[in-house]
Design a protein around this ligand. Structure first.
Ligand code: ADP
Ligand code: ZN
Ligand code: ZN
Length: 754
């Protein structure tokens, strides 16, 4: 008799354990780990979905009491043993249920045949859709459908019905209103198909230069000798990292292996994907968040069936079910989009590393501004390190000037455009060259700083910027009646009306929006065309590419944008990049603030002078002396790294120590607060380094209250141990009938503030 270990697809933490079922004889041959099953569950024997995670002949229960599996879904997405092991790693390391971990690695819940199905296509334009969204705002089912269509534009009817959980009549309703069109038997298209063949990708193959060749040869040499030590490719912007990937991939594929290439979602543009398409044609597939479940499952099926060799995608592509995985490449490895922002809050790089190890695959992490933790590993020899210090094709690094906005203010210039930036803009625009202006929107609303001395108000206990909490709903308007709160330790003080450092009254929350900047520029250059790229102007699929294409075709003179515009695009006519307020990210309420600032400035610098024309960069800041800004301006990563490590060591922040943010949530404000203090006292009594409880900066979302605890330890395992204790404690409370409404989740070494 064969017995299956089954994880039941129910999110309740009390049920997060293995249940055993007898495998009926008719399924004995077919049953495998990772297959979906239907099983009778609970007292009522309700038929419930589950996943087989183990098969054996023994059980510690009375076999006569075991129930039988009702149905085996032989076609359902089968998880390979290594992906199940990866799920287990995620469960252990990031503290979540097995069920959630399995869902995370499972590419799609259901496999659907998309080829034959009826398609639903969005036909309304953006304006009409907006109107409709507004009109239907009270009808949840219709809203779900509209949002879904806004994202996908086109999907199969079956996908929509399932994903949105709506009746067919909802689709018909919108078809009648001409918002969507229902069409039969449209063949599924490969999302990578409409990319490529564009002349912008150049003609033919570029040969690697000396530096690139050395790296490629050395890596492949090690690879062929079975050396799978992960490597960091640290190359300045424009050094030609992509060509290094392409050459290495070609060789790895020749040996019969498959390759995953991770790219930040935002960089999945026609430019980047095009380079891969040009070289590898149909053997490449792409996934992105805009694909429907059906399209996604189709891509994963092609991967599993070996129809493709390369999968390009954002962090979830690390779970591509390749059977002959040989290499994982992570471009822009420092990017925070590799860290999941929903439970389990896994770190894509760690998961990639674990998967590579499981599959005996190589791992290449690449960046112009490596993550501090990654670089530390490279220095210690845990990772190999390749460095590219020059731009490819003899292109020069841009000429950088740093403008001190404090002296602009004292000279009477209160505009957000300094004299230097203004003059250079006049000059470049006169010559019909293009300009990019970059506003860093991170930390836009939260922190308070002085416009005279540049100081931001910091927590006396944590060296983290204090966050402004307004007394009422007036979010951005600074008033001394508000509070300044530290999100790390809960320290709180009344807002001030004078700078504690210099006494100036020019103190307030900080920030200029892209929209405001656009208006200022329109006044200054009435004859010039200005494009804006931010969250507002990129709501619809295709907006992003449209703006980039238009700018790249020189249909506009100035591109204004948030950090979206700093990611890897090549604009050959851009000769000036202005960073309007470089310090904004410096005051993010996170220990990574300086690292983010260095990264953003460096990436922005990388946009200037990519063609034959020399480039200029102007960095405007209130903190020209801050090492993140000074080092970025000099292009000195090593010095930045050394300074930053001093800070991390002194505060025992990662990678020198570890930190876990525990978020305790409940619909009941009291319950969240009580449970938080119980956990705090319990762990404190056991000698844990724990701070809090403190309200999250968004203290309530969807009527769920959110409290935070911070646990610190030099030992990661000790942190996961504390989290297990919290889980056990919550379970025991719930069994006794308390805190049934309380939920807890964990964020280890968080990259985002709370
Ligand atoms: P990175 O990703 O390191 O910022 P890219 O891979 O985008 O840099 O390359 C920057 C530019 O240099 C691209 O336009 C690319 O085509 C060009 N390039 C790269 N390698 C070479 C080479 N060996 N010869 C000529 N041009 C190259
Ligand atoms: Zn001051
Ligand atoms: Zn503090």
């Amino acid at each position: 008799m064969l017995i299956a270990d089954v994880i039941i697809d129910i999110t309740l933490k009390q049920l997060d354990r293995i249940f055993q079922y007898i495998i009926p004889e008719k399924y004995e041959q077919a049953a495998r780990c990772g297959m979906g099953v239907k099983v009778p569950f609970g007292n009522g024997n309700r038929i419930t979905d589950g996943i087989i995670v183990g098969i054996g002949e023994r059980t510690s229960y009375d076999p006569s009491k075991l129930k039988e599996i009702s149905e085996l879904n032989e076609n359902a997405a089968v998880l390979d043993a290594d992906l199940i092991e990866l799920a287990d790693f995620i469960r252990r390391r990031y503290g979540c249920t097995t069920n959630l971990a399995l869902k995370t690695v499972l590419p799609v819940k259901h496999v659907v045949e998309t080829k034959k199905s009826t398609r639903v296509i969005l036909t309304a334009d953006a304006g009409k859709l907006e109107e409709e969204l507004f009109d239907q705002r009270k009808n949840r089912a219709r809203m779900r459908f509209l949002r879904y269509m806004a994202k996908c534009r086109e999907a199969s009817k079956d996908d929509i019905l399932r994903d949105c959980d709506i009746p067919l009549s909802t689709i018909r309703y919108f078809a009648d209103k001409k918002i969507v069109e229902i069409s039969d038997s449209v063949k599924y298209r490969n999302p990578a198909e409409d990319i490529g063949g564009d002349e912008i990708f150049g003609s033919g193959k570029i040969a690697p230069d000396q530096v690139q060749k050395q790296i490629i040869d050395d890596y492949l040499n090690n690879f062929k000798n079975g050396n799978r030590r992960p490597v960091l490719l640290h190359g300045v912007t424009g050094s030609g990292k992509t060509l290094v990937f392409l050459e290495i991939i070609e060789e790895v594929i020749k040996q019969g292996s498959q390759v995953i290439v991770l790219i930040p979602e935002i960089s999945l543009t026609y430019q980047t994907v095009g380079r891969f398409k040009e070289r590898f044609g149909d053997r490449v597939s792409v996934i992105n968040s805009r694909l429907s479940q059906g399209e996604r499952s189709d891509q994963y099926r092609r991967a599993k069936d070996g129809e493709i060799d390369i999968m390009i995608g954002p962090r979830s592509a690390v779970f591509t079910p390749f059977e002959r995985l040989g290499l994982i490449i992570v471009d822009e490895e420092h990017d925070t989009s590799y860290n999941s922002d929903s439970t389990p809050k896994y770190h894509g790089i760690e998961v990639a590393e674990y998967r590579a190890k499981l599959n005996g695959a190589g791992l290449i992490l690449a960046s112009a501004t490596p993550d501090i933790g990654t670089y530390t590993k490279a220095l210690s020899g845990e990772y190999g390190l390749y460095t590219m210090t020059q731009r490819a094709n003899n292109a020069l690094m841009p000429q950088v000037s740093v403008v001190d906005l404090r002296s602009e203010l004292s000279m009477g210039n209160r505009s957000i455009i300094s004299e230097k930036l203004g003059n250079l803009m006049d000059e470049k625009l006169e010559k019909n060259e293009q300009v990019m202006l970059f506003i860093n929107r991170r930390g836009y609303s939260g922190f308070v700083s002085c416009r005279s001395c540049g100081q931001a108000l910091k927590c006396p206990h944590c060296d983290i910027t204090l966050t402004y909490h307004s007394p009422e709903r007036s979010e951005y308007d600074y008033t001394p009646e508000g509070k300044l709160v530290c999100h790390y330790c809960g320290f709180s003080m009344d807002a001030v009306d004078k700078c504690p450092e210099c006494g100036s009254g020019f103190i307030s929350t900080f920030g200029t929006g892209t929209q405001k900047l656009q208006r200022i520029l329109e006044k200054r250059y009435p004859a010039k065309k200005i494009l804006r790229m931010d969250a507002d102007t990129t709501k619809n699929k295709g907006d992003y590419d449209k703006i980039l294409k238009s700018f790249s075709a020189k249909e506009a003179d100035i591109l204004v944008g948030t950090q979206m515009i700093v990611k890897g695009h090549d604009f050959h006519n851009v000769t000036l990049v202005g960073i309007v307020a470089a310090d904004m990210s410096l005051f993010e309420e996170s220990y990574m603030a300086a690292e983010r600032t260095f990264q953003l400035i460096t990436q922005a610098l990388g946009r200037a002078g990519r063609g034959d024309l020399a480039g200029d960069v102007v960095i405007q800041t209130y903190n020209p002396q801050h090492y993140s800004i000074a080092c970025a301006a000099k292009g000195d990563y090593r010095e930045f790294y050394n300074m930053e490590m001093k800070y991390r060591r002194s505060m025992a922040y990662p990678p020198s120590g570890h930190l876990c943010v525990v978020m305790i949530m409940s619909k009941d404000e009291e319950h969240a607060a009580q449970f938080s203090s119980l956990v705090f006292k319990g762990l404190k009594n056991q000698g844990k380094n724990i701070i809090g409880p403190v309200r999250a900066s968004i203290s309530r979302i969807n009527d769920i209250y959110r409290d935070l605890l911070y646990i610190k330890s030099s030992d990661y395992e000790k942190l996961t141990e504390s989290c297990r204790k919290i889980e056990d404690y919550l379970k025991s409370c719930i069994e006794k009938g308390y805190y049934k409404d309380v939920m807890v989740n964990y964020d280890f070494d968080p990259v985002r503030g709370y």
